[in-house]
Design a protein around this ligand. Structure first.
Ligand SMILES: *[C@@H]1O[C@H](CO)[C@@H](O)[C@H](O)[C@H]1NC(C)=O
Ligand SMILES: *[C@@H]1O[C@H](CO)[C@@H](O)[C@H](O)[C@H]1NC(C)=O
Length: 282
């Protein structure tokens, strides 16, 4: 508790604007793909592509420690079977933290799977998977991560789909000490992505392309051990203390009841000795 308080005090006193209404040129570097990733429209949009030779990816210039981070993504249309579009936050090293969205492609007309996971101190195995309630290839949709000292909330178009609360009091580690970069990549994973690897990538349909726009981060940036947070009005930094209100809890229940297709917290085969501690409190 005291630790969280200290972190908050540090955050509040470190005044420097880190809110950015995204420009891909300013906020990101293309990290791989030999020309297959492109920043377009003066930084207003970005595309990743994948062909038989290579996928592609980009990474944020900043490291972040807490924030409300939104990205609009339009996924690979048509036959995207075998492809994976990953969008995630991660730090480095064997005890890294990570917050993942991964979109598993499918045959035309068959549903994508939104795969999520959370690593803390290098330990993951917290998969939850969902179908979406819309076709994510027809238009851009907003995928958000709210990450503050109390909780992590994954949202899709403003609807929360998953929460990972800070349960350090129950011995579950929580990401709060390591800055994370934002990463995204499009690659071939036809050994597992679609129907568990049964459906392979159809390379006659390549190149496969995913598009990004309207990146927005209300976030604290992290650099050599120092956190810098937005010094806007208290309202605008309310993400720092935000938690799920009752409407949010109803929405999460709705999503989990109607669209969740896998939850590690219900996988008795995998955890015959009992579920991880965060499962009972989630
Ligand atoms: C692809 O479509 C099949 C058939 O509807 C479905 O079982 C599967 O969950 C879908 N998604 C992926 C990524 O395999
Ligand atoms: C901050 O929020 C309060 C309550 O929601 C509202 O009354 C006030 O006008 C807001 N202030 C600003 C600067 O937006």
């Amino acid at each position: 508790m005291t630790k969280i308080f200290l972190v908050l005090v540090l955050l509040v006193f470190n005044v420097l604007v880190a809110t950015s209404a995204g420009n891909f040129n300013q906020d990101f570097d293309i990290t791989w793909g030999d020309g297959r990733a492109k920043i377009l429209d003066n930084g207003q949009s970005l595309t990743l592509s994948l062909d038989k030779t290579s996928g592609s990816g980009f990474q944020s210039k900043n490291q972040y420690l807490f924030g409300k981070i939104d990205m609009q993504i339009k996924l690979v249309p048509g036959n995207s079977a075998g492809t994976v579009t990953a969008y995630y936050l991660s730090s480095l090293g064997s005890t890294h933290d990570e917050i993942d969205f991964e979109f598993l492609g499918n045959l035309s007309g068959d549903p994508y799977i939104l795969h999520t996971n959370i690593f803390t101190q290098g330990k993951g195995n917290r998969e939850q998977q969902f179908y979406l309630w819309f076709d994510p290839t027809k238009d851009f949709h907003t995928y958000s991560i709210l990450w503050n000292p109390q909780t992590i909330i994954f949202s899709v178009d403003g609807t929360p789909i998953r929460e990972f609360k800070n349960l350090e009091s129950k011995g579950v580690s929580f990401p709060k000490d390591q800055g994370m970069w934002i990463y995204s990549s499009l690659w071939n994973a036809d050994d597992w992505a679609t129907r568990g690897g049964l459906v392979k990538t159809d390379w006659s349909k390549a190149p496969f392309t995913a598009s990004y726009r309207n990146f927005n981060a209300q976030a604290c940036t992290w650099s050599s051990g120092t956190s810098r947070c937005p010094s806007k009005s208290p309202n605008e930094s309310s993400w720092l203390t935000q938690s799920l209100d009752s409407t949010g809890q109803e929405r999460i229940k709705w999503v989990q009841k109607n669209y969740m297709i896998y939850n590690y917290c219900r996988d008795t085969k995998r955890f015959p000795q009992g579920f991880p501690p965060e499962c009972s409190a989630a």
